[in-house]
Design a protein around this ligand. Sequence first.
Ligand SMILES: Cc1cc2nc3c(=O)[nH]c(=O)nc-3n(C[C@H](O)[C@H](O)[C@H](O)COP(=O)(O)OP(=O)(O)OC[C@H]3O[C@@H](n4cnc5c(N)ncnc54)[C@H](O)[C@@H]3O)c2cc1C
Length: 475
Amino acid sequence: MGNPKGFMEVGRKESGYRPISERVDDYGEVEQTLNEGDRVLQASRCMDCGIPFCHWACPVGSKIPEWQDAIYKGEWKLASDILHSTNSFPEFTGRICPNPCEKSCVLAIHDEAVTIRENEASVVEKAFAEGYIQPRIPVRRTGKKVAIIGGGPAGLSAADRLNQMGHTVTVFEKDEAVGGLLRFGIPDFKLNKKVIDRRIDIFEKEGIIIKTNQYVGFDVKGAQLLKDFDAVVLAIGAMQPRDLPVEGRELKGVHFAMEFLTQQNRVNRGQKFAAKDRIDVKGKNVLVIGGGDTGSDCVGTSNRQKAKSVTQIEILPKPPVKRADENPWPYWPTTLKTSSSHSEGCDRQWSLSTKRFIGQGGTLKQVELVEVEWSKDENGGWKMNEKAGSEKIVDVDHVFLSMGFVHAIHEGIVKEIGVDTDQRGNLKIDGNYQTSVDKVFAAGDSHNGASLVVTAIQKGKEAAINVDNFLMEKE
Ligand SMILES: Cc1cc2nc3c(=O)[nH]c(=O)nc-3n(C[C@H](O)[C@H](O)[C@H](O)COP(=O)(O)OP(=O)(O)OC[C@H]3O[C@@H](n4cnc5c(N)ncnc54)[C@H](O)[C@@H]3O)c2cc1C
């Protein structure tokens, strides 16, 4: 710990966002960066507590106090090495992690947390700029071959670890580029896709084989992979969206959020869509149903497309601004979150349920909403009641269903090779990350349910360790 008084002398300083008037006209990253001097000061606020709750709260177990100290001392390479020891992609988490570490920072008990996420992004960008991050070609190969199905953060994290262990890794990805939801879900204004390409370029130099446009279960059969590889890791995500089966769901204008976000990300990559297929909300009234990250990304994308109005509704009540008594530090705070997209313009409403979509000639025109109240039933479970007489009809042209994801898609590889699923529809694994099918493992959202990038990275790491044990025990 370089400066024992840093937390008393230096206040939290965030890098902030580009001005709204500028950023809503493009898809460039909204977040800015601090200069190096300020960044070092921010790192000096870390108290190197006896028990680093930040480390406890971080799914990848980042050694946060250690690399804050390295930043403070100007040892950027060391900071980068410590970061990479637990996380293959600090450039992703440094940009888009909701930073549970900061919520658990001891400073956050009575003061403002260390800017851990921003510090992480600064370290990894400095490390790239200085050339500290170079391909690490494994010196020894085991002769074992592993197929990773799915090139999202979980699959790529597993691929990196297994490759560094000396196994020969091939990633099969159904889309035209790897990255999973980082690439085609999360908008460019949160994560510039060149950041993914930069890392993939290094992975390929390190020997990872990446095969895109390979939909396993369809283009390539799982049975064939089981013959050709010593182990298979299913990192296929949890991409089955939660639907809203109410009257009018079939109307033109009611979309899953991912149809909108994926298309805009592809347009930003230069792909062209016929006008009839393009989801263009310019001059239109948009309703986003679901108050989470995906919904917020639809808000930001709608504002960039110049929607006439953007409303986001949530069925749950408005969360408190400050932690409630039953939700104390150091746990994840269930408080109101306002994203950069929300501050660009959005009418946010809570405790609203959707009764039906109303159309004309097959096209969405209006939606009927009703206010709801939440109470506890006799078993202590939450019960939702519609408030009589609170129904209202609202004009709307496009609805984006952003109510989360239920589980992995079962059509294709899961059904083809007969992987068991649990009662929620996630891939079932044992304590060694093995599925019900011999030599088939699972990683990330596919077995864990829809979660976070940082969790997917950790699950990929853990799956890799178990695959390695499995392969090497067979020696
Ligand atoms: C819109 C949106 C915004 C989000 N924002 C954030 C955020 O800000 N911060 C955060 O931490 N998390 C965020 N998340 C969650 C995060 O993106 C996911 O938890 C994470 O990407 C899961 O990683 P994964 O590798 O398990 O799965 P995915 O990222 O879903 O990757 C799965 C990959 O498998 C491929 N695949 C599937 N089936 C096959 C097959 N049969 N053959 C070949 N390939 C296949 C898919 O094409 C995909 O590339 C967001 C999610 C969404 C939808």
